[in-house]
Design a protein around this ligand. Structure first.
Ligand code: MLT
Length: 406
């Protein structure tokens, strides 16, 4: 008899964004004439940068001739892309990251979900709340938790993000081994200073813990004093892994390309306490389970690092940040407290009530889709998230409708 992984039964019936998509499509079926503006899932709407499109086309042409065709590439990604990343995103900013510490992949969602696989079943996991649900669900699937009780899984250490702490959780009061952090934060848009990240790096060093740092939204940081990478923090090479993506900066949500940086100084331990290289473990896992990203997609991603690509990505980011600023201003004018939207494409709004009710009000009365904060954890209850990824015209229209419906 084929038996299931019983841990899956602990999960909620469906993934947050699938759940929202279902609600929105049943609303659309019931109201076929209603125009819906989607400011829910953080999915980009603008075309790929021209530099990427050109490189993509040229690479497809290479695939069309025997002499220039590419079959399987290196599982970790082509050196042309790994090197462009190491130089363009790290070395140029003073971070000591080498080409072979970059692992190209098809998404930060997959990488941040998969990374926990290389650690023991009984590592103690710290998860911020509110949080991108992938970190929690993948640890549930792996059996690191008990059942859900009052919206939280037993066995996890939750790090509360609240209005009082500006949604920057404090260090855990109980020992933990694996720590998930995301800045600029999804969903709250909160950003951490270098001094705040330093506390986490110091904690991880003292406790032989590892930080999984999700920097998928780093391109949206506007304040030059804020860190864009955990590797800007002294000592982080020993205790942190970083996830990054081309999805939000260069519009690759449908094209798929991302990467994970695993420094060779990161160490985990055997049951007997012997040190093991996390880089070697991840390389072993990655080469076994993954065949990298297609050659044309990697060529398109590498074009992000050309002068033309950099200018076009900056223009895309500025476009969405104009939306973010506008949303925040409009929502604040309506008398709602917000954070985010300044160094992040997400605006986190105190809904002054139940977050699913607020979601329904916006959908039913304004035809605007947001994301209910409760879907990101217990501390998200009472909030909603609005994404700046849409056209400015749609954002303006959405805000007019929101104004009229509240
Ligand atoms: C979000 O809306 O939180 C993100 O788009 C999810 C993702 O990037 O997977």
């Amino acid at each position: 008899m084929i038996k299931i992984n019983e841990n899956y039964k602990k999960l909620q019936a469906s993934y947050l964004f699938s759940d929202i998509a279902k609600r929105v499509s049943s609303f659309q079926e019931a109201n076929p004439d209603k125009d819906i503006i989607r400011l829910g899932i953080g999915d980009v709407t603008r075309a790929l940068p021209e530099a990427c499109v050109k490189a993509f086309h040229a690479a497809v042409d290479e695939m069309a001739a025997d002499a220039t065709f590419h079959g399987y590439g290196p599982e970790q990604g082509y050196d042309f892309l790994r090197q462009a990343i190491a130089e363009g995103d790290y070395q140029s900013r003073g971070c000591n990251i080498a080409t072979d510490e970059v692992f190209v992949s098809d998404g930060a969602k997959c990488d941040s979900g998969n990374f926990q696989e290389i650690f023991a079943d009984d590592v103690r996991v710290a998860i911020p709340d509110p949080v991108y649900p992938v970190y929690v669900d993948t640890n549930v699937m792996a059996g690191r938790t008990g059942a859900a009780e009052n919206g939280r899984y037993t066995g996890l250490t939750y790090l509360d993000g609240t209005k009082a702490n500006g949604f920057i959780p404090a260090l855990p009061t109980e020992p933990v081994d694996l720590i998930y952090l995301c800045f600029p934060n999804n969903p709250t848009g909160a950003t951490a200073t270098k001094a705040q990240l330093k506390q986490w790096v110091d904690y991880a060093k003292q406790n032989k813990a590892l930080i999984l740092f999700d920097a998928a939204y780093e391109a949206f940081v506007q304040d030059p004093d804020l860190p864009r990478s955990i590797f800007e923090i002294e000592g982080a090479r020993e205790v942190a892994v970083e996830f990054r993506s081309f999805s939000k900066n260069a519009g690759f949500t449908g094209t798929r390309c991302a990467y994970t940086v695993v420094p060779k100084d990161c160490t985990a331990y055997t049951e007997a306490g012997e040190p093991v290289s996390i880089h070697e473990l991840w390389n072993r896992r990655h080469t076994t389970k993954f065949n990298s990203v297609s050659y044309p997609v990697q060529k398109a991603a590498a074009a992000v690092y050309t002068a033309e690509g950099q200018a076009q990505v900056a223009e895309l980011v500025a476009y969405y940040m104009k939306n973010a600023k506008y949303i925040r201003e409009q929502i604040e004018n309506l008398g709602y407290d917000c954070i985010g939207g300044e160094n992040s494409p997400y605006i986190w709004i105190d809904a002054k009530g139940d977050s699913w009710d607020f979601f329904d009000t916006l959908l039913n009365n304004a035809g605007v889709v947001c994301t209910p904060g409760a879907g990101f954890g217990k501390c998200g209850e009472g909030y909603i998230r609005i994404s700046a990824f849409n056209s400015f015209e749609n954002v303006q229209q959405a805000m007019e409708r929101v104004k009229a419906s509240l």
